[in-house]
Write a protein that binds this ligand. Structure first.
Ligand code: SF4
Length: 323
């Protein structure tokens, strides 16, 4: 398998990277610390970019005249238009990006849990939870990209889904940048089981896209592949699909396995179905067979190693499969 490409990830700068929060501190984020070695991080602090300085008076989102405004209550400044302008310019300038990791609950960076207040005064009624001013622009401009906040990275399934996407998108960018149809075909082949685990429908669509029976030019095929890929990975893989993938892969070994090896696999698969073994444990058994019997197609499947092993972390906040 090719070396992993480095995904490009825009990160809220206060997550581990700089003490730029309104009160002059940073937020500890072990996930960002580990990601640094494997991804190209693009740190940004939208509030500092607006010239608000560090430390600064806090900003908040207000419901005003039926719309939401980003204001700084202590100074009375309304920063809504300035933030919109900055976000547009900044996001337009991103030539390549695979994902966003933003600070949760921030009125600028929060993805969907920023508080929307009725008024600027302390203790004002909270109307609801919304996207922060910068995050709203990200969500609108980059649908289908991996966009998460650091709070969800404590959850195993959410973290796994984010990593799977940013590395798949980076591999696709590499294939597309080659300008060669053969690389798109190879991308489709190497990621076939990964897509099967997420969506059989999209797996087949990607196959049709690279088959290119309409004889479309490279750019049109690549654009179609990108759309299918983003749709395929929009949701985390489902355990029932993962079981199908494992059975499909195990089918490659036919009668070559001893009865006791088959029983061992079946027992591990049942434990995975019951939620008593992680996917990686069962996938590891199948992968070990692929190594032993030298099955190149299986060995090239990203399903068995969707992102660098160094980023594998089974720790979970406890809300695992519900997400
Ligand atoms: S949440 Fe966003 S705007 Fe606030 S300090 Fe962090 S990076 Fe800056």
């Amino acid at each position: 398998m090719n070396q992993d490409p480095r995904p490009v990830v825009v990160v809220s700068r206060c997550l581990e990277l700089a003490a730029c929060r309104w009160n002059g501190v940073s937020v500890a984020c072990p996930f960002v610390r580990s990601l640094q070695a494997h991804a190209d991080l693009r740190p940004v602090c939208p509030e500092v970019e607006l010239g608000l300085g560090v430390p600064r008076e806090p900003v908040r989102l207000l419901l005003r005249d039926g719309g939401r405004r980003l204001v700084q209550p202590a100074t009375g400044r309304d920063l809504t238009e300035a933030m919109d302008r900055f976000a547009r310019t900044y996001l337009d300038g991103l030539s390549e990006v695979d994902g966003f990791l933003l600070k949760s609950r921030s009125p600028s960076c929060g993805i969907k849990e920023a508080k929307l207040y009725r008024g600027p005064e302390r203790g004002a009624y909270v109307e609801g939870k919304v996207s922060g001013a910068f995050a709203a622009a990200v969500l609108e401009r980059f649908p289908g990209h991996a966009i998460e906040d650091e709070g969800r990275m404590l959850n195993f399934r959410a973290r796994e889904h984010f990593l799977v996407r940013i590395f798949a998108f980076a591999r696709f960018r590499r294939a597309r940048a080659s300008g060669r149809m053969a690389e798109l075909v190879r991308f489709q082949a190497d990621n076939k089981l990964l897509l099967m685990a997420h969506s059989q429908k999209h797996m087949r669509e990607l196959g049709r896209a690279v088959a290119n029976h309409e004889r479309l030019p490279f750019d049109a095929v690549a654009a179609r592949c990108e759309t299918v890929l983003r749709a395929a990975l929009a949701r985390p893989s489902r355990p029932s699909n993962e079981v199908n993938v494992l059975l499909h892969a195990q089918g490659f070994f036919g009668r070559t396995l001893a009865a006791r090896e088959k029983r061992y696999f079946e027992s591990a698969l049942q434990q995975f179905r019951d939620g008593r073994l992680p996917l990686s444990a069962v996938a590891g058994i199948v992968h070990a067979h692929a190594v032993r019997f030298e099955i190149p197609w299986l060995l090239s499947q990203t399903f068995f190693r969707p992102y660098p092993e160094a980023l594998v972390d089974l720790a979970d906040s406890g809300k695992g499969r519900e997400l």
